[in-house]
Design a binder for this molecule. Structure first.
Ligand SMILES: *Cc1c(COP(=O)(O)O)cnc(C)c1O
Length: 347
């Protein structure tokens, strides 16, 4: 049996319920960018929907339209990477909630829509400078938006931002800018139905950041923050594991077939252990299609091993911390050509 990326859907469902409880009374938005953090968009969106998830964060319009097809007409699907008029038109056609972080999109909207069907969430740049309307341009953007609303072209649905979650002080500064931007909107008669600025970390740790929606990616997948609280403290569990089998045993060690697309950074060689039938053994080398593991007497071809993730000795974030990155990076490196296997139940 060759390598697999196994996703426990019941564990995923437990995380979703934990997220819902943790951010209440705000509502979670399940973030599914990058093929649901490489877990597989379709299966995860379907399960999330059946667990009662209503809001999805899809990043771009193509993904948003795909989520619409999977999740059905009642889901709310937020996208925030919008390239221009064509993207806007496609987003409106798929009934998406449009995150607008660029004033030129307001001009495009003016040219496009006449029937008030475009639901806009204006993004204030609160310091990350990824996209978002700069504070000095905010009043002009509000005036433009108010005109579009009066003309019946757009519905003003929300105000949002994205924060670094790197330090409480930076996040507090970002939140102050956010609240000022919302006050300014209210002053010109634009009342957001949905305010949102937190992702996983601030949504769990900092009640005042929850507002109406919390956009949660990592914690839904059981990926804890590097250098932050552990899974048990957060009440989440890893849902995915990379599994592989022993392919051969020789004088150099035990060679494990991990397929051509395991994605493990070679910098991890010599730095972590996998559980074997004889106890933990160090992963000594990482090649393109195989790992070499320190030998054990009873190693046999075909012995299954869990390399990282659920049920393994190291989670994605444990590995990430060894090489100064974040758990999402380890997860996203698992190539889409590695078969995904979805399981339910505790087995
Ligand atoms: C990826 C992303 C999120 C989710 O962040 P997590 O830390 O994975 O929960 C939320 N909002 C935006 C804008 C994002 O790009």
């Amino acid at each position: 049996m060759s390598a697999q990326y196994r996703v426990d859907l019941d564990a995923f469902a437990r995380n979703l319920h934990r997220v819902r409880d943790a951010v209440a009374p705000a509502e979670p938005m399940f973030v599914v960018k990058d093929d649901a953090y490489a877990h597989g968009l379709e299966v995860l969106v379907r399960r999330a929907r059946s667990e009662g998830v209503r809001w999805f964060g899809a990043f771009d319009v193509v993904t948003g339209a795909a989520v619409r097809a999977i999740a059905g007409p009642d889901a709310r699907i937020f996208v925030w990477l919008i390239g221009g008029a064509d993207d806007l038109a496609a987003g409106i056609a798929a009934d998406l909630d449009l995150g607008v972080g660029d004033q030129s999109l307001l001009d495009d909207l003016a040219a496009l829509t006449a029937d008030g069907s475009a639901r806009v969430h204006l993004k204030i740049d609160t310091g990350l400078h990824r996209n978002g309307i700069r504070p000095e341009d905010w009043d002009a953007a509000l005036a433009r938006t108010a005109t579009l609303v009066e003309q019946g072209r757009v519905r003003f649905e929300g105000i949002w931002s994205h924060i670094s979650e790197a330090s409480d002080a930076d996040d507090d500064d970002a939140r102050a800018l956010f609240l000022a931007a919302r006050d300014a909107a209210r002053a010109v008669g634009l009342e957001p139905r949905f305010s949102h600025l937190a992702a996983s970390a601030a949504g769990f740790a900092r009640g005042e950041f929850r507002e109406d929606l919390v956009r949660v990616g990592a914690f839904s997948y059981g990926i804890r923050p590097a250098g932050g609280p552990g899974e048990a403290e957060l009440g989440i569990e890893p849902i995915a594991s990379l599994t592989a089998t022993v392919a051969s045993v020789d004088s150099q060690g035990v060679h494990v077939d991990v397929g051509s697309a395991h994605g493990l950074p070679s910098a991890l060689a010599g730095r972590f252990d996998v559980a074997t039938s004889a106890g933990p053994r160090r992963v000594e080398a990482i090649g393109f299609t195989s790992l070499t593991v320190a030998p054990w007497e009873t190693a046999e071809v075909g012995e299954p091993l869990t390399i990282f993730g659920r049920g393994a000795l190291c989670s994605a974030t444990d590995l990430a911390e060894l090489i100064d990155t974040i758990g999402e990076e380890i997860a996203l490196r698992v190539s889409p050509v590695l078969p995904r296997v979805y399981t339910t139940g505790r087995a």
